[in-house]
Design a protein around this ligand. Structure first.
Ligand SMILES: [Cu+2]
Length: 257
């Protein structure tokens, strides 16, 4: 009995880290200029960024587009399924046509998580400026849940804070949970314990969150909000839906000349 309860506690303690799913949109270039070339590759992967996997299966995305200079370009036809860690992920190439902030917006297919008995929809965006213009960096994707950046979501030094407002149907969400993970792509960082895998912060009464990023690389912010309506799981049973509002930002070290 004693051994059994210890085993059970072990599972409960291990669970939260294993559940920090993050939808990723990873552009090959964070700032497009004459040195980078115009064509960028975007990798769409549903994974656990800080733990460097495992990857989860993605269904065909519902929406993938780019907002730039007040126009929307549908990129769904340019999405190609690829295999990452034995699971379906997606990849796209995009050739930048002019200056300005490019807001890439993804609505993935709902993901059924049996361990939590809920469907997960992570509305995700990343903003890539091009050719010296960052006009439109705060353009909203129009997602049902979305992070409005309060600072440019690019051109950030290591140690800078990132601050945003979590919105649901346009309204700020007070005291919402925001999970933060580092994209530990090469597995270079080893978390000494589970508490350091996923940072967990809350928005204030006005829906604003703040987090200082301690390392160069990509950081994912995931505001997690319960959906109002149930959706059918793969067995057709109505289940709760977790809505995620995600944004990815990159920090760069302030190196000496
Ligand atoms: Cu997972």
């Amino acid at each position: 009995m004693r051994i059994f309860s210890r085993y059970l506690i072990g599972i409960l303690f291990a669970a939260p880290a294993a559940f920090a799913h993050f939808q990723v949109i990873l552009p090959s270039v964070d700032v497009v200029d004459s040195s980078t070339g115009k064509t960028i590759t975007l990798d769409l992967v549903f994974t656990h960024p800080m733990e460097n996997g495992p990857v989860m299966e993605m269904g065909a995305p519902k929406r993938f587009d780019v907002l730039v200079r007040g126009e929307k370009q549908d990129l769904l036809p340019a999405l190609k399924p690829v295999q990452v860690g034995g699971k379906t992920a997606y990849q796209s190439q995009y050739t930048v046509q002019g200056p300005g902030a490019h807001v890439f917006c993804l609505e993935p297919a709902p993901y059924w998580e049996p361990a939590e008995e809920k469907l997960i929809i992570h509305y995700t965006k990343v903003v890539v400026p091009a050719f010296g213009s960052w006009a439109g960096w705060d353009t909203m994707a129009g997602f049902p849940v979305e992070i409005e950046p309060l600072m440019r979501p690019f051109g950030l030094w290591t140690g800078n804070v990132f601050q945003g407002i979590v919105r649901k149907d346009g309204k700020p969400v007070p005291f919402a949970t925001v999970e933060v993970e580092y994209l530990n792509a090469d597995g270079a960082v080893k978390a000494p314990n589970d508490a350091l895998v996923t940072q967990s912060i809350k928005t204030d009464a006005g829906g604003v969150f703040t987090y200082a990023m301690p390392r160069a690389g990509w950081w994912g912010f995931a505001a997690l909000i319960d959906g109002d309506e149930k959706l059918p799981n793969p067995d057709g049973k109505p289940v709760d839906v977790e809505l995620g509002a995600l944004i990815w930002v990159k920090t760069v070290d302030m190196a000496d000349k």
